[in-house]
Ligand binder design. Sequence first.
Ligand code: ACK
Length: 921
Amino acid sequence: MFCMECYHLSGLLWDAITEMDEHNRPIHTFQVCNVMEPNQNNWLRSNWISRQAAQKVYVELRFTLRDCNSIPWVSGTCKETFNLFYHETDEAHGVKFRPAQYTKIDTIAADESFTQMDLGDRILKLNTEVREVGPINRKGFYLAFQDIGACIALVSVRVYYKKCPFTLRNLASFPDTVPRVDSSSLVEVRGACVDHAEERDTPKLFCGADGDWLVPLGRCVCSVGYEEIDACRPGFYKAYAGNIKCSKCPPHSFSYGDASAICRCEKGFFRAEKDPPTMACTRPPSPPRNLIFNLNDTCLLLEWSPPSDTGGRRDLTYNVQCKRCGPEPDHCQLCEDELRFLPGPLGLTNATVTVMDFSAHANYTFEIESLNGVSDMSSRRNPATSQPQQSPSLVGTLKKDWASPNSIALSWQQPEQTTLPIIDYEVKYYEKVLKYSVYDSKAPSVIVSGLKPATWYVFSVRTRTAAGYSSYSPKYEYETTGDCKYLRPSTVLISSNMASDQGQVLVIVTAAVGGFTLLVILTLFLLITGSEYFTTYVDPDTYEDPTQAVHEFTKEIDPSRIRIERVIGAGEFGEVCSGRLRTPGKKEIAVAIKTLKGGYVERQRRDFLREASIMGQFDHPNIIRLEGVVTKSRPVMIVVEYMENGSLDSFLRQHDGHFTVIQLVGMLRGIASGMKYLSDMGYVHRDLAARNILVNSNLVCKVSDFGLSRVLEDDPEAAYTTTGGKIPIRWTAPEAISYRKFSSASDAWSYGIVMWEVMSYGERPYWEMSNQDVILSIEEGYRLPAPMGCPVALHQLMLHCWQKERNHRPKFTDIVSFLDKLIRNPSTVLKNFFLPESPGEEMDYPMFISVGDWLDSIKMSQYKSNFMAAGYNTLDSVARMSIEDVRRIGVELIGHQRRIISSIQTLHLQLLHEHEKGFHV
Ligand code: ACK
């Protein structure tokens, strides 16, 4: 710290002595002990000490003082105190020392409270004394120690001053501060806000004489984007200064960097000017839905449902746009000014508007646009007004790829130049005089099915890009049983002339999404003629408004007429219950009630009710009967007739071997009859399987589950795809698996599988083979063998259903009459090798080359060596094996015995066939 210099004014000097403590560490001391001599005046002076910032300094002395009583013969001269002095100067004096210049601080005496210091053979009692020095006004000072005859060892001198140290309080920093000399007054210190913090009330602290900070006042707070000095992390933000935490970015917004004051909206999402930064980013709403109209003599009432997606906002409004079109739908002019709208055409808050003052014999198109506070911000505003030059171009001419009485596949050339990518195509078609439908297709092709035979249809396509729709292509007219030709554009649509001839006003009602993407077209005719409207199946998906299909094809049941008794199973959308249905004037009946579980989204409700809209169109003893629906209250329900024995697959598994062949054939006959009805209606089931057949207490089987026939629009490759892309591989015909060619012929394939399920009492088709193996083995010609005990005639029918060429498969009408024959003449069924009159052409059924191939094909390869070892190395020899033979060669598992034996039966039949044809294996 500082050096000491000794000054001997009389007597002996202080001695600088180094001793060792008990740890062998050197202790430097200054000692004086002239106790024998009187009038001692020995000085020890420090070197110059800068006072630095201090006004008051403290001197801490550690020393030992010998008790005079402990020293013999020193009584008159021995002292037990020494004096402490100081002298202020601005600079060091060097060796010059004048005691007279020094001011006494105090006389230092030994205290009672010594601490002991072990100096090897001696124990010293160490004394500590502290004295204040000041105020010091010069730049520095000297300390001096005056010995007047004591025995002292000065061990340490510590000089220090007190300060309030640098500190952070309330997000403000306060510097080192030296207290006042006057211990009663405090130093007021103003703090500086730390980085990224800002002053609220001036932050202050007071520095007390002892170096303690006292009385904090005022504060700083974290600036925007910061929390407690740290920056908000990516994904977080802080929009307001304050000592609050950073918050997670609200939905649909993000922050990439640190210290974000606000989160930026994701693409397609926006913040309206007045939206606070804490609010989620929002987007324009989806289009209004379920647009319906009511027309009386003078006014048109348009009503719609709010959009399914409000974009996350509450400030939803609607604008109505009116177009009056000439015979060509693309020659339209706006007509809001001509008509009277109540309450008005723009900024509607309720989902309804009344329109009046129509001109006679005119076509009007109304578009309802939903808007919200961020619709203006979307770059995808109404393309018709914003960027007309970008309107997509027309597609090329329409071409028929193939057609059947009920369907047509059309394709067209993509527009040559499009500045924007094509989102999809809208295909509009209509029976020349009856009914409109619209499809969205992602590919430049479409398959339109469900058409009526011998009916003229008109097709037209337009392209959609982000800029909106192109005009419609030239019309393509086609008669379902005849040839096709192009019509002149002037002969298109239902002309206004024709409409007026029949006293109609054509109203095309369209709904647009928040001014951009999707223009959903719903075209309705006011006049529906034609009484044979429901003789063929109508796909509810062709209705823009699915609720309309529900209204049209189902009866609404008052839920008070339904009594739910118990839950019988779990359906795709919710529980299936059994219960009773009361109908006034009728006997109460048992019903099954399918419920739509709570929390559903609109799409689920629509999918759920689609089944009812389909079922409601059918009326046949082998089709599950729809009693009605509950849609006006919760839960939404579909009520169908009760089938006591549940689904056919589990029913058969529970009753393995219980029925006669004729009973089983009776069940199959019922299913075939139901399927004949469906195919006559033009309905393709797509999911015919025993699990989708229900059985009542009289063993009557009824086809159910009409969910799968749904058409999805979102497959860019195909015109049609099935729900969720899931195809029940084991039940599905190869052409439906590979190119989604679903037809009544593919239903016939599935029927063959159902026959196999029935005859094997619910065995899983192709057992545990993987789906991929099933597809491959079918492709290679493998077909399921006859189940154990299955009459050959029935297996023959199955094989017939599994013809690769779909036109060779039997029609359901053939199947029904064939089974009828079998039932009428059971003995023929029971004769094992009866070959029925083939209802179709020759089968293309494969032959196995070797026993090994055969075993591979039925996934029984593990028994190859058993067969070989027992000498069964030709198919002929295998075909003669009995169940005992199979057991004897070492096939122990009953399931395997069963599989091998049923395959042997088929093998036998094949061989018979081949031998008849003159082949030898
Ligand atoms: O095999 P199951 O007993 O028969 O279990 C299923 C369950 O509900 C889930 O679908 C049964 N189920 C469905 N519809 C009916 C019905 N109309 N009558 C009786 N049971 C039914 C089905």
